[in-house]
Write a protein that binds this ligand. Structure first.
Ligand SMILES: [Zn+2]
Length: 430
């Protein structure tokens, strides 16, 4: 199942997208408070934006804009809104993202063609190992996509290897959707409990949140570790709430395919200019067909490389390589995007926490880890539990938390030559 436009020539795809861009601009000019204001402020006549290259005449939209003017992005009346999603914002407070009925259909179509891209069909059963609720978009998208495709779906949710294996052995799914580092936990549990993982009937895993490949598409450390134990196909899928769209690998596993019906892609340098073909830059997207909260030139913060040669699978669309890095201090943690200020927000909630340091580092498989070193006057298990509960409630993820001596934290906060206290120590190499 390949949409016709994905097999069309590059010129046809571009012409199609330019037609869609025209529709989007007039839609925004009518319904979006934020973009109407932006067009006016920058004297932009939308009739002069005709080609994809003309997009550079329009300022980019940042995650800060989304946070600061959140409601101004909503283009439909409240009674039309069906699903409410939140994502962590750059400034601490969560950003709300909303979808109407049409957007949910679009989301289902997006995941339907993404699953089909990875070779899943209606004979397959998928075990979903990500969160369905808690205002996340991804789990819902997978469910809707599976339904449209006609494949079975088992919504186990994230974590708990024992529960996952019980379900795999009982329902015999053929695919799983999971954060790749969690697959290592499944392997470990299977080894400890005499489960023959290679007889489980799982053919492949759709992996979110963490990259599987190096820049040249060879397996990274994490994926190699999984594959050396478990003989399954690993397909990378890359998506975000703001994009409302996934880039999923086909059987060739040479990057996530762009679906031109759903999104316009630009790869920009630090001056917001498109990079030369094949160079790395920040992924910047314009959504197509979104009604409730369409975004124009939204900068994702992810550093990627695009590949434009025709793919062996028959698709002629651009492919995105693995996420190579992130702008500033974006943290990809357990499948969620997180920024330090959001954690500071949580910590600052506690009056009895004297000081803290947020350490970000990469573990031995190259994924992000967070260690919060906090100092309190009277450490106790109940306080630790309270902090942990608050993290789960506010951010839905739980970093490592340790109590440290006040003097030690202060030394970290005020290294020599530093005038401002340091809160975040980023030890990552990327
Ligand atoms: Zn392909």
């Amino acid at each position: 199942m390949i949409p016709n436009i994905e097999k069309a020539s590059k010129a046809e795809i571009k012409a199609f997208q330019e037609g869609q861009l025209k529709l989007l601009l007039s839609y925004l000019n009518k319904h979006s408070v934020f973009y109407k204001r932006m067009f006016k402020k920058h004297n932009i006549d939308i009739n002069n934006i005709i080609t994809l290259e003309d997009l550079t005449k329009i300022p980019t939209t940042s995650k800060d804009d989304l946070q600061q003017y959140n409601d101004d992005f909503i283009c439909v009346p409240k009674k039309e809104i069906i699903d409410y999603v939140t994502t962590s914002g750059t400034l601490g407070e969560p950003v709300t993202y909303v979808l109407n009925n049409n957007d949910l259909d679009r989301l289902a179509y997006n995941e339907f063609i993404s699953f089909a891209c990875a070779g899943i069909n209606q004979d397959d059963t998928i075990q979903l190992m990500t969160t369905m609720d808690r205002k996340f978009m991804a789990g819902l998208a997978y469910f809707l996509g599976a339904r449209k495709l006609g494949s079975g779906i088992i919504r186990v949710g994230n974590g708990i290897p024992e529960l996952q294996w019980d379900s795999i052995l009982k329902f015999k799914p053929t695919y799983i959707i999971a954060v790749p580092s969690f697959l290592l936990k499944l392997i470990k549990y299977a080894h400890q409990n005499n489960i023959d993982i290679n007889a489980s009937g799982i053919k492949g895993a759709i992996c979110i949140g963490e990259s599987l490949r190096n820049d040249d598409f060879s397996l990274n450390l994490l994926a190699a570790k999984i594959k050396s134990n478990w003989k399954i196909n690993l397909y990378s899928t890359y998506a975000s709430t703001e994009m409302n769209t996934a880039f999923t690998e086909c059987e060739q596993q040479q990057g996530g395919h762009h679906h031109p019906e759903l999104i316009i892609v630009e790869i920009l340098n630090d001056q917001n200019k498109p990079v030369k073909e094949g160079e790395t830059g920040e992924l910047t997207i314009t959504s197509i067909g979104v009604e409730a909260m369409p975004l124009l030139r939204f900068k994702t913060g992810d550093i990627v490389r695009a590949h434009s040669e025709k793919c062996q699978c028959g698709r002629n669309t651009m492919r995105l390589g693995p996420i190579l890095g992130r702008k500033k201090q974006m943290i990809k943690y357990k499948g969620t995007t997180l920024y330090p200020p959001a954690m500071q927000n949580v910590l600052n909630h506690f009056n009895n926490i004297d000081s803290y340091i947020i350490e970000i580092y990469q573990n031995e498989i190259g994924t992000d880890e967070i260690l919060l070193k906090i100092s309190v006057s009277r450490p106790s298990n109940s306080l630790l539990q309270e902090v942990k509960d608050h993290f789960r409630a506010k951010l839905r993820v739980l970093p490592k938390i340790e109590f440290h001596d006040k003097n030690e934290i202060q030394k970290l906060q005020f290294p020599k030559l530093s005038r401002k206290p340091i809160v975040v120590i980023d030890k990552r190499t990327l």
